[in-house]
Design a protein around this ligand. Structure first.
Ligand SMILES: *[C@@H]1O[C@H](CO)[C@@H](O)[C@H](O)[C@H]1NC(C)=O
Ligand SMILES: *[C@@H]1O[C@H](CO)[C@@H](O)[C@H](O)[C@H]1NC(C)=O
Ligand SMILES: *[C@@H]1O[C@H](CO)[C@@H](O)[C@H](O)[C@H]1NC(C)=O
Ligand SMILES: *[C@@H]1O[C@H](CO)[C@@H](O)[C@H](O)[C@H]1NC(C)=O
Ligand SMILES: *[C@@H]1O[C@H](CO)[C@@H](O)[C@H](O)[C@H]1NC(C)=O
Ligand SMILES: *[C@@H]1O[C@H](CO)[C@@H](O)[C@H](O)[C@H]1NC(C)=O
Ligand SMILES: *[C@@H]1O[C@H](CO)[C@@H](O)[C@H](O)[C@H]1NC(C)=O
Ligand SMILES: *[C@@H]1O[C@H](CO)[C@@H](O)[C@H](O)[C@H]1NC(C)=O
Ligand SMILES: *[C@@H]1O[C@H](CO)[C@@H](O)[C@H](O)[C@H]1NC(C)=O
Ligand SMILES: *[C@@H]1O[C@H](CO)[C@@H](O)[C@H](O)[C@H]1NC(C)=O
Length: 863
């Protein structure tokens, strides 16, 4: 009986599961996944089945001159060999025909992997793709140039095509006539029917009485973001196999606001007329809002910026779901698109009449063509006119689609690979600028084959191709996604006097700045540096040069002079000074003052007498540092990072933690540097490039590549590499070593696993590290390098472990046992008990009380 009963309840449970999942997601009537150039069915890494492109009842190919081909090289950043390793090459016009449901819209996703196929070089391929209904999807398209400019290995273009009235959807590939020997190719084609989610007209922003009909348009997906939430792969979408990305790379300036997520208990209730396939619950249950302080909120706009092509109309779909407020007029805000009011007094509860109910709003905006890159701005600001209870604004999801123009065209120009990228590929100097490794890309890339080399090659290939799963077309042209410098917006130049800071924009003027930190005259700077004497240069980077100087008749300073060619906006410069000067900590390099005159942008920092940590580890003739001192330096740097992550008002991710960014003052106190005016780089108007430059090879968090998410745990990863560098006294990346040893992170982990870490530590330290100390230290470094960010310790925990390691070392050196108190605390940390607050007690935050610092932790969830 009881077993029967069990059986029955099992059946019921599974029945319910089936019911709920089919109710939740959309099941397409057509779903054709074509693995072009392949003669057999195959499954990709997400478990999706791709069929061969031989004729079937639903698909066929009409072509006079086409060949299947296989890519010569499998880029390690490809998510899966299927469908990218096989391609079909077209030497002349060719057409795929698909039999489809004639009443439905379809997703058309085209996958391109610009690699060498036999004797077809990818740079020779320019082609057009159009549909039987006369929509031009691509024109003069070079997958090679596009991938290169977006620093991706492969390109996915997602289109939404209106119903094909005759039940036949065809795609015609035409090699360009303008290039001799040009050919077309495609690796994969998805044809998937979709529900009518673009049927309503959208109001044209700026023209209150005009609507744009979307229902008949073909659409190209530009951006699709899970605002305030995480990357969602196609398999986690609600049935439409869309990919949702993290929004933070697109946020302007430092105004990141705060992210929040609905409590697990709160159910997202889709209203009757809003099907779950509009966006998955993961999108609606996370949000970004401005923050708790109404004064701060009134002073800035929560702004996202996107690069788009000019001369097109864009559909901007905003997804909302209020899971914090429950009454009308609690949170009311204005929505601006391209600086024009798209919606005054938006009140999500007024729209949905209840908490946790999703809704969305569509707006259309026309972007004209002008000089340079065209941008689309989406900005939110509390609506003072409505006198709401909370001066705040909120957004859960955002999608941007390009609509076909009057002649049925969706194609834009190929993006331009940046000059900086070309430079980086040629240059051999400056390790922090990716160039060190990029020259070796080809060398190692072509040798890559062995399993051991794969992860190294991966890290290196990232120079040329940033690893991204399922990227959609232009999606990251504006890219940002990634190596944005510390204050996000750095890589986007601002022409006007707009709001940049999440703090007080109004105060970011010269006079106010001078009140925060010192204003130097250009004459003073010239005198301090002996008119920028080359012999005083102590560092060079993309931003310009750093000089050693003397002011006030003897005080030594480091003077960072921006390249005259650097296009950093004056406003950003001011904002950064303001932010930098507020970040004061014993273990952060302090800003003393600035000079803004004659178009010069100069920052004056504390001089660090002992230079960088790296120069005391290897490749220099400096005496080796004793182990205890190395530990103390690591602890200091960890404190600085911990403060950045938790002590400042917003979580600040350094993004370029490495031994050359840890400086040492005359007392050997470690100070983290370069967290402010970091690599804004010379090409401010090409954000995807400066984003690529950010971060240094050998230190990059592999999870970033996979998940499209930068968190403070990326810094923890890089810090783990620093710890091994300190222990082993060798570079994070040394291409002259045998393959498996090139990447220190991989090599050290491998040695640690095999229990032979002792073999690779700095010979200078032999016999000088206590066994337990070494164990604790190595274990800490190892956990920092864990594959998944969530598994890595927080900087606070790292700090504790290092302090414990120091105690162990001290007891080893003195022969006395470790204090019990310390051992207890360390054990607690090991067990995952958060002691961050305790660990800060001893810390010097320049007069700010610890309590104050921690009460400012306004972002306890996420990130
Ligand atoms: C075509 O799509 C419509 C609307 O989704 C659906 O009702 C119909 O059953 C589909 N036809 C076929 C043959 O699948
Ligand atoms: C394509 O690249 C190859 C090798 O990189 C080069 O020799 C060739 O000239 C290039 N072709 C074009 C059209 O740029
Ligand atoms: C293609 O090659 C032919 C002769 O080989 C030449 O006359 C023509 O100008 C070339 N076209 C382009 C676009 O390069
Ligand atoms: C995606 O879905 C799977 C299975 O439901 C789940 O384990 C995973 O955590 C989800 N990933 C994200 C990013 O939500
Ligand atoms: C945009 O339209 C204007 C006016 O019609 C035209 O001059 C310009 O070339 C177009 N730009 C692009 C990129 O097509
Ligand atoms: C919006 O305004 C700001 C400053 O007022 C300006 O820098 C920016 O270019 C504008 N954006 C667009 C898309 O017009
Ligand atoms: C927010 O953006 C709108 C539209 O660009 C602008 O008019 C307004 O001044 C901005 N508000 C602040 C505080 O920057
Ligand atoms: C963008 O950069 C290019 C050089 O890389 C320069 O020629 C162009 O004028 C810049 N555009 C703007 C709008 O600053
Ligand atoms: C095709 O694209 C290439 C590379 O972006 C560009 O140089 C060329 O001018 C384009 N040709 C046409 C006809 O638009
Ligand atoms: C920015 O502000 C300065 C002074 O406050 C003014 O001279 C300048 O014209 C402004 N620039 C713009 C683009 O509004």
């Amino acid at each position: 009986m009881s077993s029967q009963y069990h059986h029955l309840s099992f059946l019921l449970v599974s029945l319910c599961l089936v019911l709920s999942s089919s109710a939740a997601s959309y099941v397409p009537s057509d779903s054709i996944l074509l693995n072009c150039g392949s003669s057999s069915e195959a499954t990709d890494s997400d478990g999706r089945k791709w069929i061969a492109d031989s004729p079937t009842s639903t698909s066929s190919l009409v072509s006079k001159n086409s060949n299947p081909a296989t890519a010569v090289y499998q880029d390690p950043s490809l998510p899966s060999a299927v469908p990218y390793m096989s391609a079909r090459i077209f030497a002349s016009e060719s057409t795929y025909k698909f039999a489809v449901n004639k009443t439905e819209r379809h997703w058309v996703r085209l996958h391109f992997y610009p690699s060498t196929y036999g004797d077809h070089a990818p740079n020779n391929s320019y082609f057009a793709v159009s549909t039987s209904d006369g929509v031009t999807l691509l024109k003069n398209f070079s997958a090679y140039i596009t991938a290169k400019a977006l620093t991706q290995a492969y390109i996915v273009k997602e289109f939404s095509i209106p119903p094909a009235s005759d039940g036949s959807l065809s795609l015609t590939f035409t090699p360009s006539n303008d290039h001799n020997g040009s050919f077309a190719f495609v690796n994969g084609i998805e044809i998937i029917s979709m529900p009518a989610i673009y049927s309503e007209p959208a109001e044209l922003v700026g023209f209150s009485d005009q609507n744009v009909e979307v229902g008949d348009s073909a659409l190209l997906t530009m951006y699709r973001l899970n605002v305030g939430g995480q990357y969602l792969p196609a398999s986690n979408d609600s049935g439409l196999s869309r990919t949702w990305y993290d929004d933070s790379p697109y946020i302007y300036g430092a105004g990141f606001g705060v992210t929040s997520s609905a409590s697990g208990k709160l159910e997202i209730k889709y209203p009757k007329d809003t099907a779950e396939y509009l966006a998955p619950t993961d999108v609606y249950s996370t949000a970004r809002s401005m923050g708790p302080d109404p004064k701060v909120n009134m002073n800035f706009n929560l702004t996202w910026i996107f690069q788009v092509d000019g001369n097109f109309t864009y559909l901007v779909r905003l997804h909302f779901c209020e899971f914090q407020m429950s009454k009308i007029n609690q949170r009311v805000f204005d929505i601006f698109i391209n600086n024009q009011t798209a919606q005054a007094q938006a009140d999500v509860i007024a729209w949905t009449s209840a908490k946790a109910v999703p809704t969305y709003k569509d707006y259309a905006a026309y972007v004209t063509d002008g000089a340079g890159d065209q941008q689309l701005w989406v900005a939110l600001h509390p609506s003072a006119a409505a006198k709401p209870e909370y001066y705040d604004s909120v957004l859960n999801g955002l999608e941007i689609f390009k609509l076909n123009d009057g002649v049925g065209n969706l194609a834009g120009p190929n993006p331009e690979p940046s000059a900086l990228l070309a430079e980086a590929e040629l240059s051999t100097e400056q390790p922090s600028f990716a160039s060190e490794s990029s020259r070796k890309v080809h060398m190692i890339g072509s040798a890559a084959g062995g399993v051991a080399a794969a992860s190294v090659a991966l890290a290196i290939c990232a120079v040329a191709y940033r690893r991204k799963k399922g990227i959609t077309g232009d999606e990251f042209g504006g890219g940002g996604a990634g190596w944005l410098p510390l204050y996000g917006g750095n890589s986007r130049s601002s022409a006007g006097n707009s709001t940049i800071s999440g703090k007080s924009c109004a105060s970011s003027h010269l006079a106010n700045l001078a009140a925060i930190c010192r204003h130097f005259s250009f004459a003073e700077i010239k005198k301090a540096t002996k008119n920028f004497d080359e012999s005083l240069v102590i560092g060079v980077g993309g931003f310009g040069k750093v000089y050693k100087g003397t002011v006030d008749g003897g005080t030594k300073v480091a003077i960072k002079r921006s390249n005259p060619s650097s296009e950093q906006g004056v406003n950003e410069f001011q904002t950064e000074i303001e932010m930098l000067s507020k970040l004061r900590h014993k273990h952060l390099v302090s800003l003393i003052g600035f000079c803004e005159e004659n178009g010069e942008m100069i920052l004056v920092y504390d001089y660090m007498a002992h230079g960088t940590l790296r120069e005391h580890l290897y490749k220099s003739n400096k005496p080796p540092l004793p182990w205890k001192q190395r530990l103390e330096i690591c602890i200091g740097a960890a404190r600085g990072l911990h403060y950045l992550h938790t002590g400042a008002k917003y979580t600040i991710i350094h993004r370029d933690v490495k031994t050359t960014n840890i400086l040492l003052d005359e007392h050997w106190v470690a100070k983290v540097s370069d967290f402010g005016l970091s690599k804004t780089g010379p090409t401010m108007n090409q954000s995807h490039v400066s984003t690529m430059v950010k971060g240094s090879f050998g230190y990059l968090d592999p999870e970033y590549f996979r998940r499209q998410q930068l968190t403070e745990k990326s810094d923890v990863y890089s810090f783990g590499v620093v710890l091994f560098e300190v222990l082993c006294a060798r570079a994070a990346l040394n291409p002259s070593l045998p393959r498996e040893q090139v990447s220190l992170a991989d090599w050290a982990l491998q040695c640690q696993k095999r229990g032979v870490l002792a073999d690779i530590i700095d010979p200078q330290l032999e016999g000088k590290i206590g066994r337990e100390c070494l164990h604790k230290f190595a274990e800490t470094a190892e956990t920092c390098l864990l594959d998944h960010g969530v598994d890595r310790p927080s900087m606070g925990n790292v700090l504790w472990n290092l302090e414990f390691a120091l105690q162990l070392q001290e007891s080893f050196e003195s022969g006395e046992p470790v204090s019990e108190e310390m051992a207890d605390k360390a054990a607690a940390v090991g067990n995952g008990v958060a002691l961050a607050a305790v660990s800060e007690v001893s810390d010097d935050t320049d007069g700010q009380s610890t309590v104050a610092v921690f009460s400012q932790l306004i972002n306890p969830v996420g990130r």
